[in-house]
Design a protein around this ligand. Structure first.
Ligand SMILES: [Zn+2]
Length: 73
């Protein structure tokens, strides 16, 4: 079971839309868009390319965070 420092978790955010993340097994999961980011050797890999998309989502453009980001631009 991977453990992530709580303070670290507090400052980490989804790289797509800057939403909060929660720890789920060996992944950090975005609380807004549901994208899952792997934790490798205790280090969260917060890269869009490494994200595991939620079920039913085939591209990052469909994610809630992506839409939020597009709105902001
Ligand atoms: Zn997100």
């Amino acid at each position: 079971m991977t453990e992530i420092d709580k303070e670290l978790l507090d400052i980490l955010a989804c790289p797509i839309g800057k939403a909060d993340l929660k720890l789920e097994g060996d992944f950090l999961v975005c609380t807004r868009c549901g994208a899952r980011y792997p934790i490798k050797d205790g280090i969260p890999v917060l890269l869009i390319d490494e994200a595991v998309l939620p079920e039913g989502v085939s591209s990052v453009e469909e994610l809630e965070c992506w839409k939020e980001r597009e709105k902001g631009n």
